[in-house]
Write a protein of this length. Structure first.
Length: 342
């Protein structure tokens, strides 16, 4: 895989409008067409099974969502959709595999948008895939990060955190590692509040939760859907949501924005393929996805998994990433964080 610059702003190199209004992101990489290749009219795509790569381990939220989407997509697409897990590198390994595959529509990926923002900032010098190396077809879902602690913790609200900052107190917090959104969202929060915080990295939220429940770590960050089974008396409590508006799923939980902290950290998932995919193939995919996402089954899937529908076009996905990249950089700089210090 060729080397890529990480310090640049993530951006789309070219955007072409296709017949159904899909916006195709071109590639700035050598040897890859920036405008896409128009296949002959009457394309027989798809004529065989389509592979949907999940760049994360089996059993997680992304994996579950991809399998449900694959099932919903098979009828409108007219072919089997096979989900393949390619974990590693915070999603970069599987995404890179797709970015470097033949752009014929038979190899797709469902990445997490934070791969192109938070991970890019936190891992300078690493060989990370850029969003301009993919053809984004459609956005799927969005969920926000929440801050949580054990139910009997003396930290019971955002106000308690504010007071801890005023008193220059210390806490320990769980994360999924210093390159994750679950880490950097907390770095920004505690930096803004003036709390001295020590990070304790774990392999995933499944490892975080027992540590927080056992009092080995004071606090942690996750998504609401990951925590819901533990939100019982004697279990976990959510302190606040990193969002501008309250979640419909937990309307009684305040946002940090309500306390004057402009901290909005969504986790967005979308469907993409390699850069340079033929326009008619993208159009067929988009039409099939539109039909699948309009089904009652998909609506129930999103609701059951406590997600927010975010079925936006590729231009919006790209613009969101540019905005998030700049916002994360600004927020981290403001609290004195740097990747070199990690």
């Amino acid at each position: 895989m060729h080397k890529r610059l990480l310090s640049k702003r993530i951006k789309a190199i070219s955007v072409a409008t296709v017949s159904v209004g899909v916006l195709l992101i071109g590639s700035g990489c050598a040897g890859v067409s920036t405008s896409g290749t128009s296949a002959a009219e009457g394309s027989d795509y798809p004529s065989r099974s389509v592979e949907l790569v999940v760049p994360f381990a089996a059993g997680g939220g992304s994996d579950l969502l991809a399998r449900l989407l694959a099932e919903a997509l098979e009828e409108p697409l007219g072919e089997t959709v096979v989900v393949v897990n390619r974990p590693g590198g915070g999603g970069n390994v599987g995404t890179a595999e797709v970015a470097n595959s033949k752009p014929d529509g038979y190899t797709l990926v469902m990445p997490n948008a934070t791969q192109f923002t938070v991970s890019t900032i936190a891992l300078p010098g690493e060989d990370m895939v850029g969003l301009d190396e993919l053809t984004v077809v459609t956005g799927l879902t969005r969920e926000n990060v929440v801050l949580y602690t054990r139910d009997d913790s003396p930290i019971s609200s955002i106000d308690d955190l504010v007071e801890m900052g005023k008193n220059n107190e210390e806490i320990s917090y769980a994360s999924n590692g210093p390159s994750s959104i679950l880490s950097l969202s907390q770095v920004i929060l505690y930096g803004n509040l003036g709390i001295k915080a020590a990070e304790v990295p774990f392999g995933g939220v499944g490892e975080q939760i027992p540590a927080v429940l056992g009092g080995h770590v004071d606090i942690g960050a996750a998504t609401y859907s990951e925590l819901e089974p533990q939100l019982v008396p004697g279990g976990l409590r959510i302190l606040g949501v990193f969002a501008k508006e309250r979640s419909d799923y937990i309307p009684d939980v305040p946002t940090f924005a309500e306390h004057g902290l402009d901290l909005d950290f969504p986790i967005t998932r979308f469907i993409a393929g390699p850069a340079g995919m033929p326009e008619d193939v993208v159009a067929i995919l988009d039409a099939a996805l539109t039909e699948a996402l309009a089904s009652d089954e998909w609506a129930e899937t999103v609701k059951k998994n406590r997600l927010v529908r975010y079925e936006v076009d590729s231009e919006t996905v790209t613009a969101d990433n540019e905005e998030s990249f700049a916002a994360y950089q600004e927020a981290l700089t403001a609290v004195g964080w740097s990747a070199a210090a990690e």
